[in-house]
Design a protein. Structure first.
Length: 137
């Protein structure tokens, strides 16, 4: 008997329905025990100091002009812009869900590629440091 054929008794129909029913796969995501409901992820004072030090050097070099901060329940993002009307050149992201896997911090470029990821913010921010420019006099 196929699914399209009408069953002759109700038992076969019940058996067919239970086999054909779609059950949702249980989620592997478990809520973090230390997180409050509705809380957002944010950078602490020391993290912001490190980020703003790198950003200040970019401003002094004339490479960057603007920034934006975004806080969501999943992650926090510091975006760096060349001009305010463009897409961000770089995004510094803090994602606590990845802290034990790949590291909570990441630097992502405008194309969406992860330039550096790791557990220490200072080490991840080194990818944004410019090398000193030498010129022949």
């Amino acid at each position: 008997m196929t699914i399209n054929e009408a069953p002759e008794n109700g038992d076969q129909q019940t058996r067919m329905d239970s086999r054909a029913a779609v059950h949702p796969f249980p989620s592997r995501q478990t809520p973090e025990p230390n997180r409050r409901e509705g809380a957002v992820v944010s950078f602490d004072r020391h993290e912001l100091r490190e980020i703003l030090n790198v950003y200040g050097r970019g401003i002094a070099n004339g490479d960057w002009k603007d920034y934006a901060l975004d806080f969501t329940p999943q992650k926090s993002v510091f975006s760096i812009y060349r001009r305010a009307s463009e897409v961000p050149l770089y995004r510094i992201e803090k994602d606590p869900a990845l802290a034990r896997k790949q590291g909570a911090y990441a630097v992502v470029n405008a194309a969406g590629f992860v330039l550096k990821r790791g557990p220490e913010l200072a080490r991840v921010l080194r990818v944004l440091e410019t090398k000193p420019r030498l010129s022949v006099v």
